[in-house]
Design a protein around this ligand. Sequence first.
Ligand code: ASP
Ligand code: ASP
Length: 351
Amino acid sequence: MKDFISINDFSRDEIMEVLNKASEIEKNGYSNKANKIIGSIFFEPSTRTRLSFCSATYRMGFDTLGFDSAEGTSIQKGESLRDTIKMLDLYSDLIVIRHNIEGAARFASEIADVPVINAGDGSNEHPSQTMLDLYTIWKQFGKLDNLKVALVGDLKYGRTVHSLVKALKLFNAEFYFVAPKVTQIPTQIIEELARNKISYHILDNYNEIIDKVDVLYMTRIQRERFDDIKEYESVSGIYKINKASIVGKCKDSMIILHPLPRVDEINIDLDDTKHALYFQQANNGIVVRMAMMELGMDSKTVNKQFNDLKPSEKVLCKNPKCICNKEPTSNKTFSENNNRYCYYCGTVLKD
Ligand code: ASP
Ligand code: ASP
């Protein structure tokens, strides 16, 4: 492992390697091997991701540099992401990047020689969140295989949902996608599940399935990703769970997860129930991110999927939110399952 950009780059074994490493760190602590500098650049707001990476960095005895908004940097003078990454590559041993543009992390990993961790690229992916989601589920159930998982809320723009579904598909989950039409799970993900013969259900209400599921993964409606605010308003506040709607109605062992921040999806009266694992989940972010940084910097191999990617004809990605349409990328694509995909944001390029 070197970069952590998309969950699609990882096999089951590689995911388990991260979780086992995190578990080892949680049990035995981490002993510092060498001094390292972590470059942390956040172009979008963040509380947990940035602070838990920061906390993980300090717990490893490393130093960190970077910024938590483009304000005050040369980006405001018009510097490109490409040049910013070139500098970070010189100043640090690993780069953690969050960006509002989809594919920005993949682009960064192409430019930098040091390992890159995607801390969220627009609506696309959030692999470190997924690793900590998986770690929480694994610790709770002692396994990841064959679980029934309901994802509720913003499945269209929620990058944590996209990454988590890609991961749990490798563990034969049965999915319940609970959302109104405007924020339902993208067709591209559904097609991928169908191709892999994974069971899924599309719903707009969780009541009928609440007694069936092992994991209830709540999400915030991602206001900042909507092009049309009226559309956002039509679905904002649509799912709100509380003690009365959950306790006694779900399985005794069901857990509630949320990548946080929550807005109004989970009433605080659920916080002290045994089902609520979202704060524990956020806490797990520290050891998981320590494990990811350790494995990234320790890497003897690079990620499988794109190693032998051949430069292809220039195909401009049709996703207007993709980095291809913002920076001078090489517009690479790759082929899989008789489809052609954008190398950066993973969008299927249909004619
Ligand atoms: N869930 C974290 C948070 O809200 C991730 C994030 O923002 O990065 O802070
Ligand atoms: N914190 C998570 C993220 O950064 C979820 C969210 O913002 O709602 O994607």
